[in-house]
Write a protein that binds this ligand. Structure first.
Ligand code: DX5
Ligand code: ZN
Length: 223
């Protein structure tokens, strides 16, 4: 099932509740929360207090994308703040099995993320234990960057592995997902579509979400 995970990084933080409500009215079903620490990525955003603030304003699942060093140290705090999905970067986890297990034990859906330069093969051993795999289609750190087409091949590769290995993880894609790129990722097998700048726009957020989902579902019918 195609789902829109709208990235609040592109929203107006001064009106966060209204922004989330507009994206939700447009059909968004997951709130994507981009956590950046200024070390793993060259930008700083927000942390557990933001998740805690979001929790009472929406019933939608909160998808915490941890672009931080040493995610193990912070996973319990994000779970306690109300995260429903937590993804960690393969590049930050020397003991990836242990980290994913840790997330699952807290009753949070575990996901693993790969940067554009990280091959899909590095995930083979952990695929049986993840709920979702996030393929970055930009180098993480900022919203509004240009989509990197190499992500399409990686999504297709993961979809093939999923079939061959008899698994059911979902494939998420993040970065530059917009009206002109959404069909290619859906054709390749992505189901959870992260979008920030293509959704949030003053006065047009609801319509933008509706239109992006319409294009994604149309692409699925042609797939
Ligand atoms: C990038 C973040 C993304 C970002 C997407 O590091 O992980 O989730 O907010 O923004 P857009 O959709 O504008 O590329
Ligand atoms: Zn993200």
């Amino acid at each position: 099932m195609i789902e829109l995970a709208f990235s609040i990084l592109a929203s107006d933080f001064a009106h966060l509740a209204d922004e989330v409500a507009a994206a939700e009215r447009g059909g968004g079903t997951i709130v994507h929360v981009d956590v950046m620490d200024g070390h793993f990525v060259p930008n700083i955003t927000f942390g557990p207090p933001m998740v805690k603030a979001l929790r009472p304003i929406t019933k939608l699942p909160l998808d915490c994308h941890l672009m931080i060093e040493d995610p193990d140290a912070y996973i319990p705090v994000f779970a306690k703040a109300g995260a429903n999905m937590i993804s960690v970067h393969q590049e930050t986890c020397p003991n990836l099995h242990r980290t994913l297990q840790h997330i699952a034990e807290l009753n949070v859906l575990p996901g693993v993320v790969i940067n554009p330069a990280t091959p899909v093969e590095t995930l083979i051993e952990v695929l049986p234990m993840v709920n979702f795999v996030l393929v970055m289609s930009v180098n993480p750190g900022f919203g509004g960057q240009q989509f990197l087409p190499l992500a399409v091949g990686k999504i297709g590769h993961l979809a093939r592995l999923r079939r061959e290995m008899g698994l059911h993880f979902r494939i998420e894609v993040d970065g530059g997902v917009a009206h002109d790129t959404v069909a290619s990722v859906v054709h390749a097998g992505a189901e959870l579509l992260v979008a920030g700048s293509a959704v949030f726009e003053p006065g047009r957020t609801e319509q933008n979400a509706v239109e992006l989902l319409r294009l994604a579902r149309a692409a699925l019918l042609q797939a």
